[in-house]
Design a protein around this ligand. Structure first.
Ligand code: CU
Length: 179
């Protein structure tokens, strides 16, 4: 691979050099090959996974304890940005919402149960932080939050929830499907 790209650079230098010799004086020739060299080697280094377009997911919620999006489909390794907007009107202490994406195999019910008694930690218990892939902290009325993360490389279903007291039990949850 390296030999090939070196060869390409050499060829392009010769090509540019030849062209310069024919059409222009020597002065600009020195600058042109230097500028062309990184451009010639860049495509060789680009991995196939980076070709995936980033995924943007806009979720809204309100005082009714539900997410507007309950299913997200993504590809392994894809860059995902989730935004959450709380369109509710009730105070944060009464009806705040967050967005917590759990790792594969995490028990959502168990996470929610522990989170329910972690009000001092905004319902994001530090003791279970190792089960969380990505999170948007609790939002009050009219507040927005955002998180950008890399989609897991392992295909499967990943649960997300609002971990505020009782909200996931009321249906405030969804699934990220990686395939
Ligand atoms: Cu909630």
């Amino acid at each position: 691979m390296k030999t090939k790209s070196n060869l390409l650079v050499l060829i392009s230098i010769f090509a540019v050099g030849g062209l310069q010799a024919q059409t222009a004086p020597a002065t600009p020739a020195a600058a042109t090959p230097a500028a062309a060299a990184p451009a010639a080697s860049a495509p060789v280094a680009t991995p196939a996974a980076a070709a995936l377009p980033p995924l943007k997911v806009a979720i809204t919620t309100n005082d009714m304890m539900s997410f507007s999006v309950t299913k997200i489909e993504a590809h392994p390794g894809q860059t995902i940005t989730v935004t959450l907007k709380n369109n509710g009107t009730l105070p944060k202490t009464v009806m705040g919402h967050n967005w917590i994406l759990l790792k594969a195999g995490a028990n959502m019910t168990a996470y929610a149960a522990t989170a329910a008694s972690a009000k001092a930690e905004n319902f994001q218990p530090k003791a279970l932080a190792d089960q969380v892939l990505a999170a948007i902290p609790m939002l009050g009325a009219k507040e927005s939050g955002e998180v950008t993360f890399t989609c897991p490389t392992e295909p499967g279903n990943y649960t997300y929830l609002c971990s505020c007291y009782g909200h996931s039990m009321a249906g405030m949850k969804g699934v990220l499907i990686v395939k």
